[in-house]
Every structure is written in structure tokens, then in C-alpha cells.
Design a protein around this ligand. Sequence first.
Ligand SMILES: [Fe+2]
Length: 386
Amino acid sequence: MSDISRLRKFVSPEIIFGLGARKMVANYARTFAVRKILLVSDPGVVAAGWVADIAALLDQEGIDFVTFTEVSANPRAQEVMQGAELYRQQGCNLIVAIGGGSPMDCAKGIGIISANGQHILEYEGIDRIHSPIPPLIFIPTTAGTSADVSQFAIINDESERVKISIISKALVPDVALIDPETSATMDPFLSACTGVDALVHAIEAFVSTAAGPLTDMHALEAIRLINTHLVAMVANPLDLHLREQMMLASLKAGLAFSNAILGAVHAMSHSLGGFLDLPHGLCNAMLIEHVVAYNYPAAEERFRVVASQMGLDVRGLNGRQVKQKLLGRIIELKQQVGLQQSLGQLGVKATDIPILSRKAVKDPCLLTNPRKSSQRDVESVYAEAL
Ligand SMILES: [Fe+2]
């Protein structure tokens, strides 16, 4: 008898990958019988010139659109509701998002509300969206979050100071136009944060309890690409070949984690990011080696593969030695891109740990963590990272 709990699904948008991919935006809008587009972005992406760039492409083709750029880093529930109101008032029937995780997640939220009504916080959790959402065409400008391919939306619930995860196949965009040129305007700090986020996606997906052959191949290739190119990309921001390699890595990590889900780094990082409004990639960077150390005994063989994918020679080494080498390489990579802060240095206090942990154990990302984690376990990992 086959065991259906071992079956794996794999969902993905239609993906156009390569320099200039964003120029396909008008063509794709037409294939969805566009009437009017809500173009979602944020002030940083406006300043970098990308919103004007996409607006010009739409204008050339005579496609009507309205822009919504009131999205903060860590998009807030209220911004989603404002965007949905604009979508309704303006009679839009398609959403284009250009930017990093924040505008893309906000755009997903706007889509949910446009089709399903109610308040965005009511959709927290897995598979809670009933009506299909409007077509989404996403153009990522960072190489890390992968909201352009994933079935995740992360929204900041300011009243509770926590980030909620909304997970549904309905949130996989219809089209991802992945254009490495757009990532060349990221500053070194954002390049480092998003690159480490992508590495965490790939590692968490590979050791996830929901991993399978369709996600493993993408996760492993992403780890190899990031290990090879991240440091050079941060040091050479205008090198489009390196930007392209990291965009490809982020895409692969995204396909892996969207389908295999994540683990304790993300559960703890969502709690932290909601509590202190810190960049998501930075939160992950501060937690990763501590979570790997905690998870190691539950997925020793998998972490051995991760270590060799990160260029480490692990032949003949025992489990403890592989663990030390892997942790050393992760810490080294973080240092090489300038992310060596601890939680304490960013203002987390020991007295914050119980509340951070209470929120983290409720995050759906913890369900696929390879090692079962009680609130007490999560508290001790936060304490290690302090
Ligand atoms: Fe992430």
C-alpha cells in the first residue's frame, strides 16, 4: 500500500527569467483582458525609478493603471485595506506589483480582500481563501523574498505587534517577470539581507518535513549558487551576471520553500520582525546558525548534504564535526556580507523572550520544522541568539 502522506505537490507561476523580462508586462496584462491595473510598489522602488519605468511601458501600450505606493517595509494590515479600497473605487481588474517582499505581499493581501471581502487578518493560516483572487503579475526587485513565486503573504498586525502568515495556492502569482536588472538598485545592506533570506529559504525547505524530490533539486542548487555568488554580488553591486545568479538562486529557493514550506527560523523571525519592525532578512540572519544547531540532530544526513553544497569537504567526518564546519561556514558567510549583529545588539531583551516565543510557536512555519519545538525549546534558541 502506498502512503499518501508521502505524496508531494508542486505549484509555480508562469515565469519569465532574464535581463529585460519586465518589458513583457503590457503583453501579459493584455492576456488577462486588462481593464485597469492597480500598480503596487513602495517609496524606495519609486525613488529607484522602477515605478516610472513600468508606468512608461504601460502608457506606451495604452493600458490604464493607477498606482498605490503607500506600502511600508513589513506591510501593515491597514495598508492592505487601503489598497483594496483603491482597487475597488477605480474599477481595477488586475494587480501588478513591482518591488521586494513588502509591496508583493501587500498586493497579495489586496487581491484577497478584493475577491473575498472582510479584513485581511481574518485570513491568517493555511488555505483560508475561498474565492480566486484577481490576476497577479509580479516583478521582483530583490533577490530573496520570492513572493513572486510563493504561496505565502506575510502581513504585519500592528495592534498585536506580530506578523501573520497567510498560505494558500490562491496566492501563487499568475506571472513572475524576473528581471535581474531591477535588483541592481539594491544597496549593499538590502542585498545582504535578502541574499541571506534566500539561503535560509533553501536550507529550511531542504530539511523541512514536507521536502520531496521536486523541491530538493531547487533547494540544493539555490544553496550552491548563494554560497558561490552572494559575497561577490554584495561587493560588486553593478555586476549584472552576479545579480542574475542571485536572482536565479532566489527563484530556486522560492520554488523550494513555497512547496516544502519553511521552519523555525521563519517562525521565530516573523515573531521578531513584528515585535521590533526589523528587516526580515536581518532577523533570519541573527537566528540561522542557532536554529541549525538546534535542528541538527533531527536531520543529520540532510545537513551533511547542505554542508557539502556549501563547498565543505565532509568526507570521513563524524556528525559533530560536520555540524561545527557547517555552523562555521554560515557564520563566515554572514560576516563577509556584514551581518553579524546579535539580537541583543538590536534591542531584544531577555524579558522579551517569553512573548516572542509564545507568538513563534503559533506560526504555521513551525509545523514543518524537522525537530519538534515546544515553547521552552524556542525560548532557549532565542536565548542563544541574544
Ligand atoms: Fe524569508
